[in-house]
Write a protein that binds this ligand. Structure first.
Ligand code: SAJ
Length: 440
């Protein structure tokens, strides 16, 4: 049986290692430098919340098809799935984890091995970062190894299904490498496996998420324009989407997650002078938390005074992930304005600023509640419940998820981002658009 090492057991690496063992029937060694991750797995437990993952992990650990190690061991293939965080000052990718993971292979690599980079990286990383390191093994990557980039595109919350059923791109440093990579992923991928070169694969992954970021920015810009023109952006979106080839995304309080908010910067890094639309979209989305706070100022009786409840902190509904979440910036900005902020999220267990443990604590005596994350739980919010906790509540529903009519009938005003009709009598003070992008 083919043996593989998966280096990096995070949101992507751990499910990938498990699926290679469970569905691919391979002998898998999961490698991570974090002793807590390894210790937990030695106890048969996982550190990630993902439906079905614990059961699948238990199966492969008990079957012995998955084992764990602090460092790589000799194998036929090595899959690197380590973080590539964005340096927020320089807006450039931190590739140190990719470099370290590649270096960790040097002592175990042999002729004929396959090296796969799954991490999302700026275009050119395989050629400019990985290959020079691999050459230090004494092997020629083009003659002695197969080297590919194969990015993941799974949605948190549905990772196991999507790993198996999504189509997959495999980009090789040469055609033979790509075909060898395709053979490896054929062990479990039921979707199409699309072969290309490494740099095309790197840019394709980035552009998938950039496409989404630019379209979210268009929805957010529509919301801002509608606020100024006194039109309801959600009505424009509803009507426009009847067009057979139009699919407006949803305005929101900002773009979170470790992908959509990050990947466009890697494209800008690769082509800074020409990625202008991409850069502008990042600015528009990056400013939404600040615009939400200005909206709050407009709705509160006195700027910086009063109780604000923030409902939802995770970056998207029904997950516990707060990475790049706009809610964290909204909480920080409202607190620094002087509001008394209480934030509640039913999924996020890690502590965050202004956290309270229950919805009731957040809503009691609040002057304004902001729905920031559209968790399913918040759909059952009723006017009666809110009025039992707060005397004169106002709601800013940044996700347009509540039945505003139900609340209006009960005397509770529900404002939404982009509903300019609601703001005829109020002038929202939007910040001047800053010349540079340094501020986001
Ligand atoms: N958002 C909006 N309006 C929208 C859609 C999303 O404001 O209409 C916001 C969300 O609230 C969230 C952020 O954008 O804060 C990102 O949400 P998302 O729904 O794009 O989900 P992600 O980031 O978890 O997953 C994306 C997916 N990529 C695409 O849809 C092109 C997923 O397929 C990728 O695998 C994932 O990024 C990734 O890991 O790259």
């Amino acid at each position: 049986m083919e043996k593989i090492c998966v280096i990096g057991l995070g949101y992507i690496g751990l499910p990938t290692a498990i699926v290679f063992a469970l569905k691919g029937k391979l002998q898998v060694v999961g490698v991570d430098t974090n002793p807590q991750v390894i210790e937990l797995l030695h106890q048969g437990k996982i550190h990630i919340k993902e439906p079905g993952l614990q059961d699948a992990c238990t199966k492969v650990l008990q079957a012995g098809s998955l084992s764990v190690s602090r460092r790589p061991v000799p194998a036929d293939a090595f899959v690197i799935a380590v973080p590539t965080p964005l340096n927020n000052e320089t807006k450039q990718a931190n590739l140190s984890y990719v470099a370290k993971a590649t270096e960790s292979l040097l002592s175990v690599l042999k002729k004929g091995d396959l090296v796969v980079l799954e991490s999302t990286v700026p275009p050119g990383t395989v050629a400019e970062v990985m290959l020079p390191i691999l050459q230090r093994s004494g092997l020629d990557p083009y003659e002695d190894l197969w080297v590919v980039h194969s990015p993941e595109r799974v949605i948190p919350g549905n990772i196991l299904y999507e790993l198996e059923h999504n189509s997959r791109i495999v980009g090789g440093i040469d055609k033979e490498s790509a075909l060898r990579g395709k053979e490896l992923y054929s062990s479990f991928v039921k979707g199409d496996i699309l072969v290309t070169d490494a740099k095309t694969a790197e840019l394709t992954k980035l552009m998938e998420n950039t496409f989404r970021d630019v379209n979210i920015a268009l929805a957010n810009e529509l919301a801002l324009i509608c606020s100024e023109l006194g039109v309801d952006a959600w009505e424009v979106r509803r009507l426009a989407n009847y067009h057979p080839r139009v699919n407006f995304l949803s305005p929101g309080p900002g773009v979170g997650g470790h992908c959509i908010a990050i990947d466009p910067w890697f494209v800008i890094e690769g082509s800074p002078a020409l990625a202008r639309l991409i850069r502008t979209a990042r600015m528009i989305n990056g400013e939404m938390p600040e615009r939400v706070c200005h909206y709050v100022d407009t709705l509160m009786p006195k700027v910086g005074k009063g109780n604000v409840a923030v409902l939802g902190v995770a970056y998207k509904p029904d997950v516990d992930d707060v990475r790049e979440s706009p809610a964290l910036r909204i909480i920080e900005m409202l607190s620094s304005r002087g509001y008394s902020v209480r934030a509640y999220d039913p999924y996020v267990k890690d502590p965050f600023e202004a956290q309270v443990g229950t919805l009731e604590e957040a809503l009691t005596d609040m002057d304004l509640a902001i729905v920031v994350t559209d968790h399913t739980e918040f759909q059952s919010l009723t006017a009666e419940y809110i009025k039992s906790l707060a005397c004169h509540p106002v709601i800013l529903d940044t996700r347009h998820m509540l039945d505003a009519e139900q609340f209006r009938r009960a005397g509770i005003a529900v404002y939404t981002l982009g509903n300019g009709r609601q703001l005829q009598d109020k002038q929202i003070a939007y910040p001047e658009v800053a010349a540079g992008l340094e501020h986001i």
